[in-house]
Design a protein around this ligand. Structure first.
Ligand code: UD1
Ligand code: UDP
Length: 364
């Protein structure tokens, strides 16, 4: 069976790698397609090195642009590629523009479509990712869910049971597979940090970093928190310009985006993580590290219900009081079921051994 696996941006690499490995271990002919949505050394190349991902078989070189430009360019480049490669199935992961673009092309071209991380819902239509999630699921044959709430969302939306597969979290496969190596990183020493002696921050959601007023409020909150616990902030390129313009309060150290192993090491040793990232909410839950999410909602509610995540919204005072409360009384870690390092094996079993491999499952 020939399977195209799609990756395009930072949060895709750690999701696609274990899926590729599991498919290849069962004899599938995997073709890795990289759309090129992310392209900086620190947003792209370092992940291929850290995770041992082979160079992409096909590179589309799409780069940055508006939503329509980016999505459209991926679609136009992916369509002839699918024609030429003629796979039996296409696997897309997550919720970025490349995910949606390749899903739409696949749905019309014919191969079966599998969506890894199906069913996550923030119910916040102001997030471009929510549009990507809902639309990708709608045209997928295999809906591969990472948590029971995601599977329930899909049932509530009317998808059939034979489409929905609760397989667990592939991001955690990669986390557990690389944790020992990450713990050998010297990143703490390089930044003069000690275990449990700092907070780690990431910010890249448009709703947080594109509006200077919102970002100013967030920086004010971070400045107050830094008075109690120094903060390290690896800067996403989307936020770099605005952070440079606004300047950051004392106690906050800005560094370039961290590589995968360094960033896992930084999460693992942090006293608290403050983030608006989807994946970081999950990794902190798996690591048992307190996480404060700087958003009003999450498409990953299991990290709040069972994990270490607390939603603090965007109001500076609420963020400060939430972080103090978390530092005073850290949440008890509880790892969700099926976040066990074997989600990709279950995906490969569904796609290759399930007896459904030749069936079109898309809803009518
Ligand atoms: C994208 C995803 C988001 C994901 C994030 C992960 C969409 C709609 N958004 O957001 O879901 O959480 O990636 O990090 O797909 N840039 C660079 N170098 C790069 C990549 C981007 O400088 O290698 C800059 C460019 O100015 C670009 C901006 O970052 O315009 C935004 O990049 P883009 O891929 O459009 O969206 P992200 O905000 O990165
Ligand atoms: N990550 C990283 N370096 C960083 C920030 C994040 O390696 O400086 C990793 C993080 O550990 C997780 C993934 O990138 O595996 C999350 O990606 P991101 O936050 O960009 O996107 P999201 O998950 O919000 O879509």
């Amino acid at each position: 069976m020939r399977i195209v696996c799609v990756a395009g941006a930072r949060p895709n690499y750690m999701k696609i790698k274990p899926v590729m490995d599991a498919l290849e271990a069962r004899g599938a002919d995997v073709v890795l397609v990289h759309t090129g949505q992310h392209y900086d050394e620190s947003m792209n190349d370092v992940f291929f090195r850290d995770l041992g991902i082979r160079p992409p078989d096909r590179f589309l070189g799409i780069g940055s642009g508006s939503h329509a430009e980016q999505t459209g360019r991926v679609m136009a480049a992916f369509e002839p590629l699918l024609d030429e490669v003629a796979p039996d199935a296409v696997v897309v992961v997550g919720d970025i523009n490349s995910t949606l673009a390749c899903a739409l092309v696949t749905a019309k071209a014919g191969p079966l479509l599998a969506h890894v991380e199906a069913g996550l819902r923030s119910r916040d239509w102001g997030m471009p990712e929510e549009v990507n999630r809902v639309a990708t699921d709608r045209v997928s044959d295999y809906l591969l869910a990472s948590s029971p709430d995601a599977a329930d969302n899909l049932r509530a939306e009317g998808y059939r049971e034979d489409q929905i597969h609760l397989v667990g979290n592939v991001m955690i496969d990669t986390l557990f597979g690389n944790l020992d190596r990450a713990r050998q990183s010297d990143v703490l020493a390089r930044h003069g940090l000690s275990r449990g002696g700092y907070g780690l921050v990431t910010l890249h959601r448009p709703a947080n970093v594109d509006d200077p007023e919102v970002l100013t409020g967030l920086l004010k909150a971070l400045g107050e928190i830094a008075g109690r616990c120094p903060l390290l902030l690896p800067v996403h390129p989307r936020a770099a310009g605005r952070l440079a313009e606004l300047g950051v309060p004392g106690g906050i150290t800005l560094i370039p985006p961290a590589g995968y192993l360094d960033f896992i090491a930084l999460q693992d040793s942090a006293r608290v993580v403050l983030t608006d990232s989807g994946g970081v909410q999950e990794e902190t839950t798996a690591l048992g590290v307190p996480c404060v999410t700087l958003r009003d909602n999450t498409e990953r509610p299991i990290t709040v219900e069972q994990g270490t995540n607390v939603l603090a919204g965007r109001d500076p005072q609420r963020i400060v009081s939430t972080v103090h409360a978390v530092l005073d009384s850290p949440p008890e870690p509880r790892r969700p079921a099926l976040w066990d390092g074997h989600a990709s094996d279950r995906i490969a079993a569904v796609l290759l051994d399930g007896g459904t491999a030749a069936q079109r499952l898309r809803p009518t």
